[in-house]
Design a protein around this ligand. Structure first.
Ligand code: SAM
Length: 234
C-alpha cells in the first residue's frame, strides 16, 4: 500500500485525512525507518508495510467505537506506537497514554511526540502489571495490539477501565482465545459485545477486534501478581 492507497482506503472507512495529518504520518514513517536502523523497533519497515500493517491497521479501531470525542485511551504494549500514536495523529481529540516495558521504544515514542508537537499524549515506561492503582477505573477505552493472550490481557486491562468503558484487543485472530478467557470475563464483570472481523485491503490478511464492555467495578484484588496471572488465569 502506498500513501495514495492509504488515503483512499481510509476514506472507505470514513476517515478523511487532513493535509497536516498526512504530513505528520509521513514524518512518523521516516522517523520509524531512521530509528529502526539503530533500535530494531519493528520487523515491518518498508513504506508499504508501514502504511498498511501499521497505519491502516491501527486506524481500523474506528470500526469498533466512535473515536471523535475527548476519550481517555490507554494503549498497552504500544511498541513503536501501534495503534495509540497513529490514533492520536488522526483523532487529535483523544487523550492518549502509551505504555510499554521497553525503554528504547518509549524513547522513540517521545521523540515522535516532540517532533510532531503532539499534546494530550504521554508515555509510561513500565510493565502493565505494575501500572499504579491511581490509574484504576480511569480509562474510557483500552486497546492492545499483538501483546499477550486474551486471558492475561483481560486482567491487566479491565481494572483500569471506567465502568461502561471498552477494552478493544486487536490481533490477527484473537477470537480463538475467547474460550480460554470466558471465566476471566465473568470474574472481571465484563462481557463480549462484538467481534469485528475483516481483511486488510490489498493482501487480505485476516484481523479481529474484540469489543469488551466493563459492566461494574472490578474487585480490588485484581490485577493479581503477574506470576499468578500467567500461571493461573482466572
Ligand atoms: N502494539 C505494537 C504493535 O502492534 O506493533 C507492539 C507489539 S510487540 C509484538 C509487543 C509489545 O508489547 C512490545 O513492545 C513489548 O515491549 C510490549 N509488552 C509486552 N508485554 C508487556 C507488558 N506486560 N507490559 C508492558 N509492555 C509489554
Amino acid at each position: 500500500m502506498n500513501l495514495n492507497n492509504l488515503i483512499l482506503e481510509l476514506k472507505k472507512i470514513n476517515i478523511n485525512l487532513t493535509p497536516s495529518q498526512i504530513e505528520a504520518l509521513i514524518k512518523y514513517k521516516e522517523m520509524l525507518q531512521e530509528y529502526n536502523q539503530k533500535f530494531n523497533l519493528t520487523a515491518l519497515i518498508t513504506d508499504e508495510d508501514i502504511y498498511l500493517k501499521h497505519f491502516y491497521d491501527s486506524l481500523t479501531l474506528s470500526k469498533a467505537v466512535n473515536l471523535n470525542s475527548n476519550l481517555n485511551l490507554l494503549d498497552i504494549g504500544s511498541g513503536a506506537g501501534f495503534p495509540g500514536l497513529v490514533l492520536k495523529i488522526v483523532f487529535p481529540n483523544l487523550n492518549i497514554t502509551l505504555l510499554d516495558a521497553n525503554n528504547k521504544k518509549i524513547m522513540f515514542l517521545n521523540a515522535v511526540i516532540e517532533k510532531l508537537n503532539l499534546t494530550n499524549i504521554k508515555c509510561l515506561n513500565m510493565r502493565a502489571e505494575n501500572l499504579p492503582s491511581l490509574y484504576k477505573e480511569s480509562f474510557d477505552l483500552i486497546t492492545s495490539r499483538a501483546v499477550s493472550r486474551l486471558a492475561v490481557l483481560l486482567e491487566l486491562a479491565i481494572p483500569y477501565l471506567k465502568i461502561n468503558g471498552y477494552f478493544l484487543p486487536m490481533k490477527s485472530n484473537i477470537k480463538d482465545e475467547l474460550e480460554e478467557a470466558k471465566s476471566s470475563l465473568n470474574k472481571l464483570n465484563s462481557t463480549l459485545e462484538d467481534v469485528i472481523e475483516f481483511n486488510l485491503p490489498f493482501e487480505n490478511s485476516y484481523r479481529t477486534i474484540l469489543k469488551i464492555k466493563k459492566n461494574a467495578k472490578t474487585p480490588e484484588i485484581y490485577p493479581r501478581s503477574y506470576d499468578k496471572i500467567i500461571k493461573r488465569p482466572l
